[in-house]
Ligand binder design. Structure first.
Ligand SMILES: [Fe+2]
Length: 178
């Protein structure tokens, strides 16, 4: 599936909301169903931080392409109301999952390494951060429904941390290609 085909498919899906099961169905064939070579050609990179491009966005969902260089990472975050599916197109990412402790603190609970071809899911209640711990570039494709309008952000990257704010924080670089 090329980006154009993915775009056309998404455009045919009934707005305004994609349900979690629709999202699963769409991503069921990933990454084989994707035209990986063409999609990775769209990824951008910067030493200032990971590059995040919106490939498709409606009121009900959005598709993002993220280019990561070694050492780049997201802040620990929740997902508001959004369900997500992420596919590693190239390279590898380490996902650190946190659990919510009484009092609203979060503590590190699990660590997963996702490599090229892996697909992982995010629930609204998932709290995690994602980091590039490899040596070469990494490219990930993300589908969120609804779009990530609201994220809970947490201070700190180790141990226990408190929510910092609610609301979407713009990444260091984010552009729409549509
Ligand atoms: Fe996330």
């Amino acid at each position: 599936m090329s980006l154009r085909e993915l775009d056309m498919l998404l455009g045919r899906l009934p707005p305004p909301r994609m349900r979690p099961e629709d999202l699963d169905a769409l991503a069921a064939g990933w990454p084989e169903a994707l035209d990986r070579a063409r999609i990775v050609g769209r990824a951008r990179f910067s030493d200032q931080g990971y590059c995040r491009d919106i490939l498709h966005r409606t009121a009900g969902w959005e598709v993002l392409l993220v280019g990561w260089l070694p050492g780049q990472r997201s802040a620990p975050h929740g997902h508001g109301e959004s369900f997500g599916v992420t596919c590693l197109l190239e390279g590898a990412l380490t996902e650190v999952v946190y659990r919510l402790a009484p009092g609203g603190q979060v503590m590190r609970a699990e660590r997963h390494v996702h490599r090229a071809g892996s697909v992982f899911r995010e629930q609204p209640h998932t709290i995690h951060h994602v980091e590039h711990t490899g040596r070469s570039r990494t490219i990930s494709l993300h589908l969120y429904a609804p779009p990530l309008e609201r994220m809970e952000l947490y201070e700190g990257s180790t141990g226990t941390s408190h929510p910092r704010a609610s609301g979407r924080r713009e990444p260091k670089r984010s552009t729409s290609v549509r």
